[in-house]
Design a protein around this ligand. Structure first.
Ligand code: F3S
Length: 417
């Protein structure tokens, strides 16, 4: 891979051993993928900042990076942590783990990253432009950046994302190149879809159909909102290795079906109708009893508009006394919701607004410590694989999955039906 003089000097260790290590990460990836050179990025989103996903090695690297005085050169946001860092009860996270997570958060702040701890960085200002090269991690955010914003990113792991943040570069390969972004097969949507759970099911279905190909979703309504596009982005990777989709008329580089397919015939055309929707939804809705004790909404993190919808739904009502209702969002969105009186409505109804985290990032002790047997959610990711790494099989066949309205209804009734 060709390096310019400054890049080569960093690789030679002229700016310190640690920065050399980060440059080695980028160069190693670039050489593996035959990238011709590094290209500048203006934006990074770092995945895996929970203590579980970091592990001892990752925590040590972040601590060393802070101690070495290295700073992010470009706008850098970070994914959810393993708990709500502002909550008094730490969501039940054991004290030793909480301290460890706070230390990581502290290092991240000192390194100059935006300590948003959210998987919706575009809602808080990290919103790259169409065609811009960026280095994002967190698969749902990566797919959103590529497919909805039209930015270009590969799915970065934490080491390469930090390297890009500290160096302002990424290797030129994969989804940064136009030829790897072409749609290859078409999913025609022939049924009306309502809400995020259904849009998440759509991309899960499309991803499962041809896991190795970039899908093109056609016949979507022009009125689809950002939150449903966010849900589509979260649903795709659960059944697919593709890290982008085209939504015709929505994805900036897919104004038409022909453009999405780069004027080539599709390898397949499949239909997503009522039957496919119901079957996909049913594949995630696995709990056979009506028991509802933990309702979680907000994966990816809720927008202000979603909080407004939830508050509108809950106004003047009370969550069943046997149910915990959690609504996940980011700190800045919660602050705005407070100003608008939305948090008060949700909390008066008995709901709880959680920031900085998501239960999928909890440590196993924290997740098991919630003490729930079932989970009720409108989030495709939670329904598919919550706790996959930290507490495997904890909610296997114990998920109620449906639209947010149905989940909120269940929270009020204390029953799924
Ligand atoms: Fe975000 Fe956690 Fe869902 S990181 S996409 S809320 S699993």
């Amino acid at each position: 891979m060709e390096l310019n003089r400054e890049e080569q000097a960093i690789l030679n260790g002229e700016q310190g051993a640690l920065l050399r290590k980060y440059m080695e990460i980028l160069v190693g990836i670039g050489e593996f993928f035959d990238a011709p050179r590094l290209v500048p990025v203006n934006s990074v989103h770092v995945p895996s900042v929970t203590i579980t996903s970091l592990g001892e090695g990752g925590r040590q690297l972040i601590e060393n990076t802070r101690k070495a005085g290295l700073h992010c050169r470009v706008l850098t946001t970070v994914n959810p942590a393993a708990t709500d860092l502002t909550s008094e009860d730490r969501l039940g996270m054991p004290e030793d783990e909480y301290q460890a997570q706070q230390e990581v958060a502290d290092h991240i702040r000192c390194m100059g990253a935006t300590a948003c701890f959210s998987c919706t960085p575009d809602f808080i200002g990290n919103a790259p432009r169409f065609g811009e090269n960026v280095a994002w991690g967190e698969v749902s955010a990566v797919i959103y950046a590529n497919s909805v914003l039209g930015a270009r990113t590969n799915p970065e792991g934490a080491p390469s994302a930090w390297a890009s943040a500290l160096l302002g570069k990424t290797p030129l390969h994969g989804l940064l190149l136009k030829e790897n972004r072409k749609g290859r097969f078409v999913v025609r949507v022939t049924t009306e879809l309502t809400g995020q759970a259904e849009y998440g099911a759509l991309t899960l279905f499309g991803g499962r159909a041809h896991p190795e190909l970039v899908p093109v979703f056609s016949d979507l309504p022009g009125t689809i909102d950002w939150d449903c596009l966010k849900a589509m982005s979260a649903g795709l990777h659960l059944g697919s290795q593709a890290r982008m989709f085209h939504a015709v008329g929505i994805t900036p580089e897919a104004a038409t079906l022909e453009q999405a397919l780069d004027n080539r015939p599709p390898l397949d055309v499949i239909e997503f109708g009522r039957k496919e929707l119901e079957e996909t939804m049913a594949s995630l809705d696995t709990e056979r009893s009506d028991e509802v004790s933990w309702v979680v909404i907000g994966c990816p993190h809720c927008s202000l508009f979603e909080l407004r919808q939830i508050a509108g739904y809950l106004e003047g009502k009370k969550v069943n006394s046997n149910v915990e209702l959690w609504v996940l969002t980011s700190h800045p969105v919660k602050a705005m919701a407070e100003r608008m009186g939305l948090t008060a409505v949700i909390e008066n109804a008995g709901g709880r607004i959680i920031i900085d985290t998501c239960p999928d990032g909890f440590t196993g002790r924290t997740l098991r410590g919630q003490g729930h047997r079932t989970l009720t959610t409108s989030a495709t990711v939670f329904a598919h694989s919550i706790g996959e790494y930290s507490a495997p099989h904890l909610f296997d066949n114990h998920i109620h999955y449906g639209r947010a309205g149905r989940c909120l209804d269940a929270a009020l009734k204390g029953s799924w039906r």
